[in-house]
Design a protein around this ligand. Structure first.
Ligand SMILES: Nc1ncnc2c1ncn2[C@@H]1O[C@H](COP(=O)(O)OP(=O)(O)OP(=O)(O)O)[C@@H](O)[C@H]1O
Length: 218
C-alpha cells in the first residue's frame, strides 16, 4: 500500500531551487535509502517528508491525505525524524525517555525505558545519567530509542550513523534492522556503505532531483 506519495515536490529558498520535481511512492514496510553528493538536497527532502519544511511546489500525501491538512502533532507521532546530531534535552537520559510518555499523557514506564536502553547495549543505570556525560554514540542511541519507545509508522533517519564509533554504529544498525523487522517503514539518508547495503531500495539525488530509483537486485 502507498504510504507516502510525493507528487512533483519542490522546495525553493531565496529563489534557490533545492529540491525539484520529485515524484516518489513509498510503500508500507519499505526500507529506502537516499544517497548522493553533498548539497544534493537529501536532508531537505527528508525534512519535507517529516513536515519540518513545507514544499513550495507539489504535494506530499500520507495515507492518501495531503500532510499539510493533518495535525502536525499527530503526524510527528506517526512519522518520526531523527537528526544526525542527537537532539537530547533535559538533564538526564530519564528526562528524554519520559518525553514520549508525556506527549501521549501516559504514565512513564521505567521497565519499558530500561528494556529499550538494553536493546542498544546501555545498562539500566544509564537512566539517571546526565546527558552531558554521554559519548556521541551513546547520545545517538538514546535519541533513537526515544523515537522508538512508541514505534512510529515511518522512521526518517538523517545520517544517524555518521561520525559514530564502530561499536555504536553496529548497535544502531542492529536496532534499525530490528525496527525494520517490526514492520516500520524506514527512509534513511546516508553516505555509509554498510547502511546502504541494508536497504532494499536505493534512491540517488543530484542537484535536487532524483536521478536513480532502484530496488536491490534490479
Ligand atoms: N532552508 C534553506 N535555505 C537555503 N538554502 C538551503 C536551505 N536548506 C538547505 N539549503 C541548501 O540547499 C542545498 C541542499 O542542502 P541539503 O542539506 O538538503 O543537502 P544534502 O544532500 O543533505 O547535503 P549533505 O550530504 O552535505 O548533508 C545546500 O546547498 C544547502 O546549503
Amino acid at each position: 500500500m502507498a504510504l507516502l506519495t510525493l507528487e512533483s515536490v519542490g522546495f525553493e529558498s531565496d529563489s534557490q531551487r533545492i529540491v525539484s520535481d520529485v515524484d516518489l511512492v513509498i510503500e508500507t514496510g519499505e526500507f529506502v535509502t537516499i544517497t548522493g553528493p553533498s548539497g544534493s538536497g537529501k536532508s531537505t527532502l527528508l525534512k519535507l517528508l517529516a513536515s519540518l519544511l513545507t514544499p513550495t511546489g507539489g504535494m506530499i500525501c500520507y495515507q492518501g491525505k495531503d500532510i499539510e491538512t493533518l495535525s502536525p502533532m499527530l503526524y510527528r507521532r506517526e512519522v518520526s525524524y531523527c537528526f544526525q546530531q542527537p537532539d537530547l534535552f533535559g538533564l538526564t537520559v530519564r528526562d528524554n525517555l519520559r518525553f514520549p510518555f508525556e506527549i501521549r499523557q501516559a504514565d512513564f514506564s521505567e521497565e519499558q525505558a530500561i528494556r529499550k536502553l538494553q536493546e542498544v547495549d546501555l545498562p539500566a543505570a544509564y537512566l539517571d545519567k546526565p546527558v552531558t556525560q554521554l559519548s556521541g554514540g551513546e547520545k545517538q542511541r538514546v535519541a533513537l530509542i526515544r523515537h522508538l519507545l512508541f514505534p512510529p509508522a515511518v522512521l526518517l533517519l538523517d545520517e544517524v550513523t555518521a561520525g559514530l564509533d564502530a561499536e555504536s554504529k553496529q548497535v544502531v544498525l542492529t536496532l534499525i534492522r530490528r525496527v525494520r523487522g517490526g514492520g516500520t517503514t524506514i527512509v534513511a539518508v546516508t553516505h555509509d556503505a554498510q547502511e546502504l547495503t541494508e536497504a532494499a531500495r536505493l534512491i540517488t539525488m543530484e542537484e535536487g532531483r532524483v536521478i536513480h530509483d532502484e530496488s536491490a537486485g534490479s
